[in-house]
Design a protein around this ligand. Structure first.
Ligand code: ADP
Ligand code: MG
Length: 335
């Protein structure tokens, strides 16, 4: 078969996923949510089955030279837990498939599983299977299964005009930590940022609280960067958005180190991935409840924007209050 025409670079990761969604439209009546959200949702009586999968590949997502296998095990599960958190679901079981080079020390694998077990125990999920194959680079794929109440789940498509846009925690730390790791410089003093990259903390409890109390209208986890993940919400919800740059929550370590890696203090926080915070929209009537939830769970929650009518598009209000072009919004594997 002849394969010519556009390369994946031109189509981009999300353009490709949109094509796949067209080719493979779901026809079964029990599919509540197929391609297009943080997890797939399948009807199971009163309940909903949640299914999500994520892949980590050596030299794309991590480098062996600076990777501690124990923390890699924790992270492999954490990134999947984060997608269940973004629906407000309860994680339960997972399968793991590994591609491993022959030369890999056995201790790498045993340490990896110890980290995996630590994270599994913390969130009470069980490993129930997987697959193992030879590979030139390390490949880790987890499929995590969870459960939720159908009426409570938070999709990307529920944002309404007039809603506020909130984000948990601080942004940009993981991306800045990765830059510092790759740079091999200044590692000790910036440990907190590197930790954010190596050991993400899935916001399961917050996700469940926002879903259980029906506070949020739409939610996603920030894996590709604030701008890119906001774009996913507004595209699925058919709305516009205004984000105020100077409200983006930044950690003190981020503020201290960002100048070494970027002239623009907000760029990494806006476009850097892998913070695994929760980004959600909620009606203004929930403002006080959200603030008290932040206090009781001891998680910062910041209002960073507001939802506009679709025709308004995407506004990022910086010093000059300019509207930004959507194609430069965040991480894309093929760009
Ligand atoms: P997340 O960052 O939350 O993991 P992604 O951006 O990876 O989400 O994926 C967005 C949606 O596209 C999800 O519904 C995911 O299941 C789906 N998806 C991603 N890659 C593929 C693929 N190769 N084939 C089918 N669906 C895919
Ligand atoms: Mg996600």
């Amino acid at each position: 078969m002849k394969t010519t025409g556009k390369g994946l670079r031109e189509i981009g990761e999300f353009g490709l996923i949109a094509k796949i969604r067209n080719w493979m439209d779901a026809s079964r009546a029990d599919v509540v949510q197929g391609i297009g959200d943080d997890v797939a949702v399948v009807k199971m009586g009163e309940k909903a089955l949640l299914i999500t999968t994520d892949i980590l590949i050596e030299d794309i997502h991590f480098e062996r030279s600076w990777t501690d296998p124990y923390r890699l095990g924790e992270k492999a599960l954490a990134v999947n837990l984060s997608d269940i958190a973004a629906m407000g679901g309860i994680p339960k079981h997972f399968l793991i498939s590994l591609g491993l080079p022959k030369t890999l020390p056995f201790s790498f694998v045993s340490l990896f599983y110890r980290g995996l077990k630590k994270m599994a125990n913390r969130f009470q999920v069980d490993l129930i299977g997987g697959d193992t194959s030879l590979s030139q680079k390390i490949i880790i794929n987890i499929c995590l299964i969870g459960e939720g109440k159908k009426g409570n789940l938070l999709f990307r498509n529920g944002a309404k005009v007039g809603d506020d846009l909130y984000v948990s925690g601080t942004l940009g730390d993981a991306a800045l930590g990765l830059k510092i790791l790759q740079d091999k410089g200044a590692k000790r003093k910036s440990k907190g940022l590197i930790d954010r990259h190596l050991s993400p903390n899935p916001r399961i409890e917050l996700g469940q609280a926002l879903a259980g109390k029906q506070i949020a209208s739409a939610m996603i986890d920030v894996s590709d960067g604030l701008l890119s993940d906001t774009l996913h919400i507004i595209e699925e919800s058919k709305v516009g958005v205004r984000i105020w740059e100077n409200r983006i929550p930044l950690s003190s370590l981020y503020r201290r180190w960002v100048g070494t890696y970027s002239k623009d203090p907000y760029r990494i926080a806006l476009s850097g991935g892998e913070d695994y915070e929760l980004l959600f929209t909620a009606s203004p009537k929930w403002k006080a409840v959200i603030l008290s939830l932040a206090r009781s769970l001891n998680v910062p929650i910041t209002r960073v924007g507001e939802i506009l009518p679709e025709k308004e598009g995407f506004h990022l209000i910086g010093k000059k209050g300019k509207k930004i072009p959507q194609r430069r919004l965040g991480f894309d594997h093929f760009k």
